[in-house]
Design a protein around this ligand. Sequence first.
Ligand code: GLN
Ligand code: ZN
Length: 770
Amino acid sequence: MTITFPTATITGYPRIGPKREQKKALESYWAGHIDAEVFAQSVHTLRLSTYHRLRELGLDEDYSIPASYSHYDHVLDTALTVGLIDSETAGTDFDLDEYFALARGTAQRPPLEMTKWFDTNYHYLVPEIEDSTQFRAHPQHLLSLVSEARAAGHTIRPVLVGPVTLLALAKSAPGTTTSAFTRLDELTAVYRDVISILAAAGVDWVQLDEPALVTDCTEHTDEQLAEAASRAYTALAGASTHPQILVTAPYGSLRAGLPALANSGIDALGVDVSAATRTIDPGYVDRIAAEVPAPVHLVAGVIDGRNVWADDLRSSLAVLGDFCRESLSVSTSTSLLHVPHTVSDEPSLPVDVASWLSFAEEKVTEVAALASALEEGAESCAESFACADRAKRTRTESARVHSAEVAARTAAVSGDDGLRIDFETRAAAQSSLDVPRLPTTTIGSFPQTAEVRRARADHRGGRLEAGEYSAAMRVEIDRVVWLQEELGLDVIVHGEPERNDMVQYFAENLDGFATTDNGWVQSYGSRCTRPPILFGDVSRPEAFTVEWSTYAATRTQRPVKGMLTGPVTILAWSFVRDDVPLAQSADQIALALADEVADLEAAGIGIIQVDEPALRELLPLRDDDRPDYLEWSVRAFRLVNAKVDPSTQIHTHLCYSEFGQIIEAINALDADVTSIEAARSRMEVLADIADFDFTRGIGPGIYDIHSPRVPTVAELTELIEAALADVGADRLWINPDCGLKTRSYAEVRRALANLVAARDAVLGSEHVPA
Ligand code: GLN
Ligand code: ZN
């Protein structure tokens, strides 16, 4: 018997819970405050209340609700389910301690590597595949999710990462001889076992997610991925007993993968046809209409799963109409994992801004409204449509969103505005800066003590008035400056005690951004962030970093470095506008930051660092879209600094070591000094720098701040000497890998003392001509 696919569905749902219940359960369990049974009970309660709520919101058909829950990460779950990661797991579910050991490591073994999930801010665990890996079906976890839901009256749809994506994301363990991809057929056979066991347990629909098919990010070409998908799904769909198969392709548009999936024999295909994807690939809807044969049920992801704007229901309904087909359902473009739970829990948002937003719960309501409009006409949910129309109208007309002044200023930006005078001239002008050879500095933040956090929280909560708050920050700045002087660092920072987060702080101080109270989104495991919401034209009402940097400068004779977060990083870690191109918002933020730069410079700050740790993160998933991105992102960065005097030294900081991929863009940023992560990879970046002939100042980080380990003088000396082999002594800066805010003072003091000692040792040796 075939059960038709539900009319309304979603690809996945946030797992952390509306009150971050899962985060609390996880952290209590890890801390040993609750046992496995209490943990299991609390996440059981969370799952059931989620199903119940989703049903209330309109996902009330069988198989509408995906079983997208995970204790930590869905890639890890699938890897365990198919035996890509070997597991001792027996019984009815994952063994918790073994599971968390993989995710978080133990004293004996490091955790699995973690990396970004496509171009989102979610991080997944990277499974490692060895020659000896024996794929095996471990469906117990899925079976228990299904039966738990069934016992409470819900028929849910098991979800797995699909075999092509799983292999494309897995990495080969050191010493492996065959590429992971050559094992696709073997892996597919195990997927077939898993889903046939589900079928035997009475499951009619399963979902397999294949986001790798919409990207050019893996080492495989689009054609190779499509060919793999065709092979895998033809095999799965051809098996004698299997549930009906929905394959989803979230995060963008399919190319060769579209016909490959559509003709593989699968029962339903989920496509990302959100407005964002339609803008990037305007022909996608027509291609889908033409290429997906009628027997394949089309699950149209019109509701944007990864941004927070209320949907324009009328245009979505029109898109659904464009498919001209009977067998059609409404869904989200991606899992709702990337958005917060609900707008109704945001008392501090201005009411008009709140009315333009749609978080996970509201998006489910939108899906349900469209599904009902599809079946019974738009009159069946006239109120939802009227509400969407109103949101669209008030947002378009709002003076909060559109500023003529900002528009005029942005429009006046011309091609040459970002260009500083040539580097040689700048370097000569900057030689008056009082720094020795191989200057030492830090990336900006110092450890955030409990007192500092408390002062910030009290200030925010109105318990500490401005004057007292400022005094508390100054005490901390005194201490940080004094410590740096004592350690002998050359370029001093104020330590960033006033910032809870390098993007949130800027969003709070710029017009055009809103911040939320409860808008938590999972970053990885129990870690959540609250991304600001960029809703309007950006400007800077008043200076907000100058006070702190200039205060620090009164406490030392050495040069003080001002600290700003760059436009690309602000965009990358916020929810962005969907009504103007990203490039336009980038220019606006850049001009607002340029005002801050001008004020810092006028206040006598001669070195300014503009951090762009997210420059590579925002790189588009498709090769074709990258040149345009790199063009506008580099332009925005340069606009921030374009007007400074040649004698003002501009630094930037990037948080990763795979430098090669975007080294041209980094060079084009034209910063006087660039610091990058390098210690982890034992300075592998140096090869890229040497190959490219990077001519300006460079500071490959020599202290790995991600580890509690304090590096020895000998190790640090060796890293500096390694750097000197590729970077001239006149260009090399000595600094840690990243900000120190997550470390303790005890570690930082020793590590920085060793860093300065290592620099002194190298300076005193014959390696560096005076
Ligand atoms: N200036 C920031 C800090 O030191 C940079 C952080 C980052 O690169 N992520 O914390
Ligand atoms: Zn960093």
